[in-house]
Design a protein around this ligand. Structure first.
Ligand SMILES: [Zn+2]
Length: 272
């Protein structure tokens, strides 16, 4: 690790460099900004090293097929879409950033949306194009050069924690989302969930090489406000399962209670 290029960053929300160490993992440090309380990796593995790692390993061909045939994948995507439609009445142009193999966009098209997607994974994008015949592009959102005020909805599920330069990225999303009527949906691991408080560095989402930020129900809305997003509300992501047995129903009730207290495993934010 010490032979890799490390880069030091300021807090992406308040642009300051006043932090306190939370814990170390994999030879990297997770810190808290003393001003805004954002938790992030600092210093971190340089952007170029990260991109190479991500693109090569995220969707190996055997994993692509396994995800496609996994009933949990389809249930999860259906839940996301159903919740989106509660917040966004007009089924217009939808952009899924980090669309992976395209399951979510495929389901959205069946319900009347006009789907678009980007993902840095070549194998994910190839699958989405060939199996689902989707209009998706391999690369970053900047590469696509979408017009101003173009999308009715933009979704990012477990993407934002991977983005090295948050501020230009969110400015780009603001530019291409329709002002007032457009809906932005962001879901990330909850860096201040009950599990993360209990497990600290051992929490499975702590992955400092490519999970660069550990957002909370407070820091994520702050970041979005900085980029002009308004009407920011916290969603209530629901646990899904192929079988609704008693054990699942109890776990789902526990999850709902944690989500209400902002202590659930993930945070989902809606903004316009
Ligand atoms: Zn800060």
């Amino acid at each position: 690790m010490n032979t890799e290029n490390l880069e030091h960053i300021n807090c992406p929300i308040c642009e300051q460099d006043e932090t306190q160490l939370l814990f170390d993992k994999d030879s990297l440090s997770v810190v808290t900004c003393k001003r805004c309380r954002l938790r992030y990796v600092n210093p971190r593995v340089s952007q170029q090293t990260l991109e190479e790692g991500y693109v090569e390993t995220y969707y190996p061909p055997d994993k692509v097929e396994r995800i496609h045939t996994d009933s949990m994948e389809w249930l999860q995507m259906t839940e996301r879409l159903t919740e989106l439609e509660k917040h966004c009445e007009d089924k217009g142009k939808l952009l899924d950033v980090g669309c992976g193999i395209g399951t979510f966009l495929h389901l959205a098209r069946e319900r009347g949306w006009q789907p678009n997607g980007v993902d840095p994974s070549k194998s994910g994008i190839t699958f989405a194009q060939e199996i689902h015949q989707l209009d998706v592009k391999c690369g970053e959102v900047f590469d696509a050069n979408f017009p101003d005020a173009h999308f009715d909805a933009i979704t990012l599920y477990h993407v934002l924690e991977h983005i090295p330069d948050l501020n230009p990225f969110l400015s780009e999303l603001r530019r291409i989302l329709k002002p007032q009527t457009g809906t932005l949906v962001i879901e990330v691991p909850n860096g201040e969930s009950l599990q993360s408080h209990l497990q600290k560095a051992d929490w499975p989402y702590v992955h400092p090489r490519d999970h660069l930020y550990y957002f909370s129900a407070r820091s994520l809305p702050q970041l979005l406000q900085k980029h002009g997003f308004r009407d920011i509300t916290l969603g209530k992501p629901r646990r899904v399962s192929p079988t609704a047995n008693l054990r699942f129903r109890l776990r789902r009730a526990a999850t709902s209670a944690l989500v209400r207290l902002h202590l659930g495993t993930v945070i989902r934010v809606y903004a316009s």
